[in-house]
Design a protein. Structure first.
Length: 342
């Protein structure tokens, strides 16, 4: 009796399907790159490394800035609700929104997708979101990696990670040392939960019936702030900034000021959203809400009072910045007063 030979495919890894996905990425990349854009060669997709030509970027004293992130357990809800075309936008947003905190313009993006079993339809939808996020933030998807890992991830499970690189002139880097006493703190609205706090959300969902409306709200992709913030940076209208992610408003805003200054926030000024009011109703304390979720504030900028009118010209009504606090010389690093109006 002839022995059946072992193979990679029999162990759960299908190289042929992976190659088809790489071909799909290359084809899509070529469509999304303008013929006049010589910084990136889409023919390089599938190579051992990705190349991006920065020699034609006109900038004095350029500095490279890099960021990496994922979307956490929000991917579990994407799997549960069978919706994969927006989670890639979240992935790009979590990286490029961190880049602009440093004042950097996003140049390119790479992704890492790990799956239990490669499903072309599913991975193509994930890629669709990544490309959309790159389009919004005006950066290029120049490469990545897809890993089929049977036994590590169960059949339908997956994880994604993103890597983004940007560039900024040394004199334009946003540094917390630029923050001065009496600077104002402006909140820029989020469009929902974004990509943090989903482990707590998933524990709440176990006890309730989930409506279509709630599903849509929970998978709403993270707002990308690059277009607005980069315009402000170019006009020298920001002293410092904070992307409100894990740790919420409390943890993130304090990272954006020097140690000798303090932040004062009037919680009653925060314009929270219906989804956070719903979460608050699930027996979550104010402090826990502020440490876990953005509560309606997706991004913060610290500015000189005289620049507020100029700053507001660059925003639409839905994302108009508004004052929530100020910087002072108090001994305590963070001072919260009044309560959020839920």
């Amino acid at each position: 009796m002839k022995k059946i030979q072992n193979s990679y495919k029999k162990s759960g890894v299908n190289i042929s399907i992976a190659n088809k996905f790489v071909d799909h990425i290359a084809k899509i990349s070529k469509k999304n790159v303008k013929k006049t854009d010589k910084s990136f060669n889409p023919d390089n997709i599938g190579a051992f490394g990705s190349v991006f030509d920065i020699s034609k970027i006109k900038m004095k004293d350029p500095v490279i800035v890099s960021c990496t992130d994922g979307v956490g357990t929000k991917i579990d809800l994407a799997n549960k609700f069978r919706k994969f075309d927006t989670i890639g936008i979240d992935l790009v947003a979590m990286c490029v929104n961190d880049l602009i905190v440093q004042g950097a313009k996003p140049l390119f993006f790479l992704d890492y997708i790990a799956v239990g079993k490669l499903n072309l339809s599913k991975t193509k939808k994930i890629l669709q979101g990544i490309l959309k996020g790159c389009e919004i933030s005006n950066c290029k998807l120049i490469g990545g990696e897809t890993a089929e890992m049977p036994g590590v991830y169960s059949k339908d499970k997956f994880d994604i990670a993103g890597f983004s690189v940007g560039i900024v002139s040394k004199r334009k880097i946003l540094n917390k040392k630029n923050v001065k006493n009496n600077n104002l703190i402006l909140a820029i609205p989020s469009n929902g939960i974004h990509s943090n706090g989903y482990s707590l959300i998933r524990s709440i969902l176990k006890k309730i019936k989930i409506s279509k409306k709630l599903k849509k709200e929970l998978l709403k992709p993270t707002k990308i702030y690059t277009r607005e913030i980069l315009k402000l940076i170019n006009k020298n209208l920001i002293n410092s900034a904070a992307h409100i992610t894990g740790g919420g408003l409390i943890e993130n805003i304090t990272r954006s000021i020097p140690s000798n200054l303090s932040i004062n926030i009037d919680l009653s000024k925060i314009k929270t959203k219906r989804i956070f009011k719903w979460l608050k109703s699930k027996n979550i304390s104010d402090l826990e809400m502020l440490r876990t979720f953005n509560c309606g504030v997706g991004f913060c900028i610290i500015v000189n009072k005289k620049n507020i009118k100029k700053i507001k010209k660059y925003f639409t009504k839905d994302y108009m910045p508004y004052e929530i606090g100020y910087v002072s010389k108090n001994i305590k690093k963070l001072n919260l007063y009044n309560s959020i109006i839920w």
